[in-house]
Write a protein that binds this ligand. Structure first.
Ligand SMILES: [Fe+2]
Ligand SMILES: [Fe+2]
Length: 306
């Protein structure tokens, strides 16, 4: 999907999908601006999407990154689509900074993107279900982390957490919650079919690995570290790495746990299709007061149910 802004002409070719034969035809060459009147003409013809070539994806990503502020403040674009841009930029920024295996850079990126996301969600009324519809659901660590962070902010606000600093800390902590997964071999992370006991033990180490990566840092708070360390703990004591219960688990980690499971269920995995929202919520309700915090499940259910 090509998202456009007025401050800088698009730096990639834009294509339109021809009706009838479905062929992609050039709509506008790179660096030639698309004016507001062009959008009106497109809309009048019933065109809602323009496309870019896969090989120009990264050029488009850096265009989005350069123009993020202008895009997020462009009132001509629906709020949910602007959030989609933010989510894409967050995803790409995480992927690039995590790939360096430099925790400084990962934390800096997460802090910037977490803060931008909270500012955006504070200024715009976003319906949780609309967020869902514009997110990618492929469960790659970066997509998943970006989704979980957005969901965490929505759920935290509905639970009454209103302090801007707390919300930004939660958003940032959630972006980092699975940072320990970078140490898990890809063969295990994207394995088709059930994991062996040994493989599952490797997966279960990621909260500890993540905690160890982050625990000496002065730019992360104890609460944020708890998101990383405790997001797989369960209220009934059946989680990992420790097996602590309900109130022993930090509130922010319990928030993360609810939306972490939700994103896992609604994402396409190598061994199972993505569940629909209603199915995923039904499952969360079965875990209410058991694995997951009852009040938080109920609150998330209210936010996502139509
Ligand atoms: Fe995790
Ligand atoms: Fe996760």
């Amino acid at each position: 999907v090509a998202v456009l802004c007025e401050s800088e002409p698009n730096s990639v070719n834009l294509y339109e999908r021809r009706r009838g034969d479905g062929q992609f035809v050039l709509y506008r060459e790179r660096n030639i601006p698309v004016a507001a009147s062009d959008f009106e003409r497109l809309r009048a013809r019933g065109v809602t999407h323009l496309f870019i070539a896969a090989e120009e994806q990264s050029e488009h990503q850096s265009f989005l990154r350069r123009n993020l502020d202008a895009l997020l403040n462009n009132d001509n674009v629906p709020v949910s689509q602007r959030f989609q841009v933010l989510n894409q930029v967050t995803y790409a920024a995480l992927r690039d900074s995590f790939a360096t295996d430099d925790t400084d850079q990962a934390v800096a990126t997460a802090t910037t993107m977490g803060s931008t996301s909270v500012d955006f969600l504070a200024q715009n009324d976003v319906v949780a279900r609309d967020l869902f519809s514009v997110l990618r659901h492929d469960y790659h660590t970066f997509t998943h982390s970006a989704n979980v962070s957005g969901y965490c902010v929505v759920l935290a606000k509905r639970l009454g957490i209103a302090n801007d600093g707390d919300l930004k800390a939660i958003a940032t902590g959630a972006l980092l919650h699975d940072i320990g997964k970078l140490q898990i071999p890809n063969a295990i992370l994207s394995k088709v079919g059930p994991l062996t006991e040994i493989e599952f033990d490797v997966v279960k180490r990621h909260p500890i690995t993540g905690f160890n990566k982050c625990c000496d840092r002065e730019d992360l708070s104890w609460e944020q570290l708890m998101i990383v360390y405790q997001h797989h703990e369960k209220c009934n004591g059946g989680g990992y790495p420790v097996g602590i219960m309900q109130a022993e688990i930090h509130e922010w980690a319990r928030i993360c746990a609810v939306v972490d499971v939700f994103d896992a269920l609604t994402s396409l995995r190598p061994y199972k299709p993505a569940r629909r929202i209603a199915d995923a919520l039904d499952y969360l309700l079965t875990q209410s007061g058991k694995a997951l915090d009852a009040e938080m499940v109920s609150c998330w259910n209210d936010a996502m149910r139509p």
